[in-house]
Design a protein. Structure first.
Lengths: 578, 336, 357
């Protein structure tokens, strides 16, 4: 530092390339994101702590903690969440292990079908299970009565019950746990098990002492995910809990939005959900942070499959029985209802009808606008969300702006905000100047992007970690600006990851009900809300037709997008990495 | 635009207005009309198609939800200055009283209303008129319950033999049920509801759903619900039968009005005027099983005459003031 | 082409010092190696020159212009430099030709010029036949040549190489060393070359800067550094020297144990602790006590390894410190035997500072 500084400094400003807008652009994205999340959450808190006249108060929370009308739903919600997470763990772990580590037949089919059940919106599943297991008209109960000769008012299953609700939620939550567990087992290096075998442990001893303990943190994390899903789900409880005569926290929040609306209480009721979710996410991070990623690194051989021997076919049958719950049975019920004059009767020559299709596509004036809104929003949210996730992941991974850690936090934060809570917050934030977005598709777009951002960000982020930073630096050294580098190098390399993320958001948006049900207007109705409204008046025929069309269209889009991604990936094998 | 006519007509009932070619032209220029209603969706769409057939060039968009939810939605939308609704119809007559009070309605008196409708079924200031009349009777599934065993009165529903077999809709979502609940709680007392709640009642939301649940056989008896659906289903051959209770059956009128901030004011008037004609009202009765205030409309064959049914007195103004209390009380007994 | 000057350059991350007070002047057209073990600050220096990071002290002056100083750094793309990365950083979604032509396209050259330059560089780098291949379809050496071609084709003022050969196997590494030198001799870009391999540095560099702990220990020609290491670290890092420590008796003589070593190099102060370096192959191994008494140490053979052309001995001195030497393979001395070591005075380099002993 003590060198002579006599040498004249020459300004290099004139030689520098045109002003690099990347940094301001990224800072803009960061601020946008901050506003997107801070605004609704801020209003939510303001409302939770004020009375109708706008004075600060804790009375909302006092009501919440003392009024049985709130305490009961809270207890019910916790019961449901605990039960669902336990069931999911018990079902998903063995199934994940069968698929990833054994020579069970139909492994690929099982995996595909689990993914397919993830495409099914949980509220559609709940409606389908109503058709199957309503105590009197349910097809399964009718079948059981026909089989056993039980009297007309006896039922094997009653879906309108706490148990029924737990079952239906578990049906559409276990895939999350399954995928986590199966992926962890897929990635677990075979050497770890081989090492155990070399030391003389038998197949089962190895499974018990090595495989299971290694998979345990992932399983625990998955169980927490299930807990959170069950905690924050709105659709299934709204469909099954109200006929059964109880509320969960989410349906209670929703009912507080019915006339006369009590946004203060709704906001206050949202706070426990918010707090609980944040605590559980922390817990999950701790669990995964300690051991979970131990199985991630390194290059290892493919795992050895355990021979099931005589148990191969029983195992596959078991997997199929599990999959009947979220898939085969509900879709059977939906098809039956779509083509039947009466959902409680099986389709036959006398009951067959196309009236439901005629009604849905010919008469129901809300169908086409809802389809259009849904697909506009899904495409827009998927595109915007994937782009935003890319930019954020880039900014964070390359530490492109100061405070990038906050950006990462912001992008993950919506995970802690249940859909219905976000809906309430957005409603409070955007029904007033300066941004009166309520009544437009924009508010739904913001809601969907916010809801889907954390998962999208995490997906892209892991793709980023697989990409060597020198690939970008090489372009910079050759004179490309940051923005140009992102365009020429980063985006093309992350293309398949981005497309996967796009699909993920697309499916998520189609399924979304909890925020939409608070935010829609007649002009901005989406399919999920339309189905929900049809449910209210019991038009199950139209529901079946719409649900089936919705799932079909979603599947088509996802398949097309994957074709597209696969097409571009074929060109150069082993693309990412240096 | 439409607001001007409101200000001008606050004092006295406006004169009847005919459907002029100019109105039709103006409506066609607007090209569409949005109708918020709580009537059963297939019927609403049928009405819409009939209107579109009568006046090609104007498309009708049905926005169907439970009356109480529609009421909440309109309140929520208006608070944010979102004006989607042209014509509104509610099965809770109190809503129209409240909207009128809030100056949210535009006065418009079609010729049919001025000429034919009885005074009880039109607003003196011309803000609304009864588009539909129905009842909230008891009904049962004829496959599951024999006629002689069917309940004859609301009191019969408290019999232990109906435990777990009753379905009923919710006053928090349905205007029909809100209206009926006010009448029943007044005439039978809240204790009746308290006891009914102990019968393990299946609680649904809209008054359109209980008839569907009993037709499916999911429950044997409905404690309340739209009569028009029961009648329409029975006409289609579904195994349902209404029961007009000994205590009297709740009467539910469903008035319609035009919103003061209607985005399509001319199409709104055209649809409103058409919906009150004998032709449209007859469609309500024939296809929908509704009752009509229009004296020219013929009652449906095979349906008990309106004049032969003992009905409970409707007090929309009381509902307008006490809806909140009624809901709170109801939730206390039924938990949802 | 321009000279590159680092003046008092420093980089700290919070309290951690990555680089401190580095001064280095690279003449235009020179090839300088930054040599040192990992964590010595050489890559930080290179990335500072490239502009990926901003210094916290000092400045970088290229061709008389200040490119980096605290709070101000010209973006990498504004420096007209090229860089060859450890991973080669070939873009897997572009063909060889697309990779190489990228910098030319960025410079908005017209199509004919690009085609012309591309053809020339591919031929120089012997890549013509691979132009349409994707990087994943190339061998390591081919990838390395593409990386070189991509960096050279834009005719940078400065060329930066970050451990360019570390991913190659031994044979290829040697070949590429000469390839880099050949291309440098042809284009004579000012070049900064980062490596931890002293052989690589010796064969390619005009000038070597040995780095350690975030500082430059010594700058000099390969020969200079090899022959006259100024610190124990440099001596040890370059060519495997033994370091003995003793107390100076006068300007030249140092007492090591019971023996006295006459040293070369700096003038000593009587009484100071002096590290002395001597290379493994410059020590004579004697089975019998020699006539002279100075510059002779007594030792016991601890281990002997046959290496083909030579034998590698590990010896235990009287103070139990170890010393290694390379002797001819012709005769073998078994472990446990007592031996005498002669350390020629002109090979005993007295080093500065007692920090590395």
């Amino acid at each position: 530092m003590s060198l002579d500084r006599a040498e004249p400094r020459v300004s290099v400003r004139s030689d520098t390339p045109p002003f690099d807008i990347t940094r301001p652009a990224l800072i803009g994205v960061a601020l946008l994101l901050a506003a997107m999340i801070a605004l609704p959450m801020g209003w939510l808190l303001v409302y939770a702590f004020t009375d109708r006249d706008g004075y600060a108060t804790l009375a909302n929370f006092a009501t919440l903690l003392t009024d049985a009308a709130f305490v009961e739903p809270l207890k019910t919600t916790l019961t449901i969440s605990v039960s669902v997470s336990v069931i999911c763990g018990l079902v998903a772990a063995p199934l994940g292990w069968l698929v990833a580590r054994t020579d069970m037949p139909l492994v690929r089919t099982v995996r595909t079908l689990v993914m397919a059940s993830l495409v099914t919106p949980p509220f559609v599943g709940a409606i389908a299970w109503e058709m199957l297991a309503a105590p009197n008209s349910g097809l399964l109960n009718q079948f059981w009565r026909a089989l056993t000769g039980a009297p007309a008012d006896e039922a094997l299953l009653n879906i309108y019950s706490l148990g029924g609700l737990i079952f239906v939620i578990a049906c559409y939550t276990f895939p999350y746990v399954f995928i986590l567990v199966a992926n962890a087992l897929d990635r677990m290096p075979g050497e770890l098990e081989d090492a155990s075998s070399m030391l003389g442990a038998g197949t089962w001893a190895t499974a018990r002492r090595i495989t299971i303990p290694l998979a345990l943190p992932t399983l625990l994390a998955g169980v927490l995910v299930a807990f959170l899903q069950a905690l924050n789900l709105f659709g299934s409880p709204a469909i099954l809990a109200i006929p059964a005569g109880f509320h969960t926290l989410t349906t209670k929040i929703w009912s507080l939005f019915q006339f006369p609306p009590k946004p203060q209480l709704a906001a206050a009721a949202a706070v426990p959900l918010l707090v609980l979710t944040i605590v559980l996410l922390r817990a999950q991070a701790v669990v995964l942070g300690r051991r979970g990623y131990a199985v991630l690194g390194g290059k290892y051989g493919a795992p050895r499959l355990i021979r099931l021997g005589a148990w191969r076919y029983p195992a596959a049958a078991l997997a199929m029985i599990v999959l009947a719950m979220p898939l085969f049975l509900p879709y059977f019920a939906l098809f039956n209802t779509a083509f039947s004059k009466m959902s409680s009767r099986l389709v036959g020559p006398e009951t067959f009808t196309l009236q439901n299709f005629r009604f849905t596509f010919g008469e129901l004036s809300a169908t086409m606008p809802a389809l259009q809104n849904t697909f506009t929003l899904a495409v827009a949210a998927a595109t915007l969300g994937a782009l935003l996730a890319l930019l954020i992941a880039y900014t964070v991974a390359r530490k492109a702006i100061p405070g990038y850690r906050w950006l990462s936090f912001l992008a993950t934060a919506p995970l802690a905000i249940p859909g219905i809570v976000l809906g309430v917050g957005l409603f409070l934030a955007y029904t007033r100047p300066p941004l009166t977005l309520y009544g437009t598709l924009w508010i739904l777009l913001i809601a969907f992007v916010t809801i889907e951002l954390p998962a999208a960000y995490q997906q892209i982020n892991s793709a980023f970690h697989a990409m060597h930073p020198e690939l970008e630096e090489a372009a910079r050294m050759l004179g490309a600006t940051r923005l140009r580098t992102v365009r020429d190098i980063v985006f093309p390399l992350l293309r398949s990851a981005a497309i996967a993320t796009w699909c993920f958001i697309f499916v998520g948006v189609i399924r979304e009900l909890s925020a939409a049900v608070v935010l829609f207007t007649s002009e901005t109705k989406v399919l999920s809300v339309l189905i929900f409204d049809l449910k209210e008046s019991g038009d199950v025929g139209a529901i079946a037709v719409l649900s089936l069309s919705m799932v079909l269209l979603t599947t088509l889009v996802v398949v097309a997008a994957n074709r597209f991604a696969a097409g571009s990936a074929n060109r150069a094998p082993g693309r990412i990495g240096g | 635009m439409a607001a001007g006519s409101v200000v001008a007509t606050v004092q006295a009932a406006p004169a009847a207005e005919a459907v002029t070619p100019a109105l039709i032209e103006a409506a066609k220029k607007e090209g569409k009309v949005t109708w918020y209603t709580s009537v059963d969706l297939p019927l609403a769409e049928k009405v819409g198609k009939a209107f579109e057939a009568k006046y090609p060039g104007v498309t009708l968009r049905v926005e169907r939800s439970g009356a109480e939810r529609n009421f909440q939605r309109i309140g929520q939308e208006y608070a944010s200055r979102i004006y989607n609704c042209d014509v509104v119809n509610s099965s809770d007559a109190a809503h129209l009283i409240i909207w009128k009070r809030e100056k949210m309605l535009a006065a418009y008196v079609p010729e049919d209303v001025a000429r034919d409708f009885p005074a009880a079924h039109k607003d003196p200031d011309g803000m609304f008129a009864s588009w539909r009349i129905t009842l909230s009777p008891i009904a049962y599934n004829t496959n599951l319950v024999k006629a002689e065993e069917a309940p004859k009165s609301f009191a019969d529903l408290l019999d232990p033999k109906w435990v777990g077999k009753i379905v009923k809709a919710h006053p928090g979502y349905s205007g029909t049920i809100m209206t009926a609940t006010q009448q029943l709680s007044r005439d039978l007392g809240w204790t009746w509801f308290e006891k009914l709640a102990k019968q393990k009642v299946m609680q649904v939301q809209s008054a359109t759903e209980p008839p569907k649940k009993i037709a499916q056989g999911e429950r044997a008896v409905m404690a309340d619900g739209g009569e028009y659906l029961v009648l329409a289903m029975k006409a289609r051959g579904e195994p349902v039968e209404p029961v007009y209770a000994a205590e009297g059956t709740p009467l539910v009128t469903g008035p319609s009005g035009i919103m003061a901030n209607a985005p399509n004011p001319n199409a709104a008037r055209l649809f409103f005027a058409w919906s009150m004609t004998a032709e449209a009202q007859q469609l309500n009765v024939d296809a929908g099983g509704l009752r009509s205030a229009h004296p020219a409309v013929k009652e449906k064959a095979g349906v008990r005459k309106f004049s032969d049914i003992k009905t409970l007195r409707e007090e929309a103004n009381v509902v307008a003031d006490k809806a909140d209390e009624i809901k709170a009380r109801y939730v206390k007994y039924f938990k949802v | 082409m321009a000279s590159v000057e680092l003046k008092g350059l420093g980089k700290r991350y919070g309290d951690a010092v990555a680089l401190a007070d580095v001064d280095l002047c690279i003449q235009h057209g020179q090839l300088v190696c930054l040599l040192g073990p990992s964590g010595c600050g050489k890559t930080t220096t290179l990335r500072l020159i490239a502009g990926f990071i901003e210094p916290t002290a000092g400045e970088i002056v290229v061709g008389g212009k200040v490119l980096s100083s605290p709070g101000h750094a010209v973006a990498p793309e504004g420096r007209n430099m090229s860089m060859i990365f450890q991973s080669y950083a070939l873009w897997p979604h572009m063909t060889v030709a697309e990779n190489v032509a990228y910098g030319l396209k960025i410079r908005k050259m017209n199509r004919e010029t690009i085609a012309e330059k591309l053809k020339a560089i591919l031929s120089t780098a012997r890549l013509e036949s691979l132009a349409d291949r994707y990087p994943a379809e190339l061998s390591g050496g081919q990838q390395q040549r593409v990386s070189l071609a991509r960096a050279m084709v834009v005719e940078p003022e400065t060329l930066l190489l970050d451990e360019p050969l570390s991913n190659l196997d031994a044979n290829l590494r040697e070949e590429m060393r000469f390839e880099i030198r050949r291309l440098h001799d042809r284009y004579r870009y000012t070049t900064v070359y980062v490596t931890h391999d002293q052989a690589e540095a010796m064969t390619t560099a005009d000038l070597i800067a040995v780095m350690n702990g975030g500082r430059i220990e010594q700058v000099g020609t390969p020969q200079d550094i090899y022959k006259h290491p100024r610190s124990a670290f440099v001596a040890r890092f370059i060519g495997g020297s033994n370091i003995l420590t003793g107390k100076a008796l006068d300007a030249r003589r140092v007492a090591v144990g019971d023996s006295i070593l006459v040293t070369e190099g700096r003038t000593l102060r009587a009484g100071e602790t002096v590290p002395i370096s001597i290379r493994q192959h410059e020590i004579d191994l004697l089975a019998a006590r020699p006539a002279q008494s100075e510059n002779v140490l007594r030792a016991v053979v601890a281990r002997c390894v046959f290496l083909g052309s030579s034998r590698d001995y590990t010896l235990m001195l009287e103070d139990k410190s170890e010393l290694r030497l390379t002797a001819s393979a012709d005769h073998e001395i078994d472990p446990g035997q007592h031996v005498w070591l002669r350390l020629p005075a002109d090979r005993c380099q007295a080093l500065s500072g007692g920090n590395e002993t």
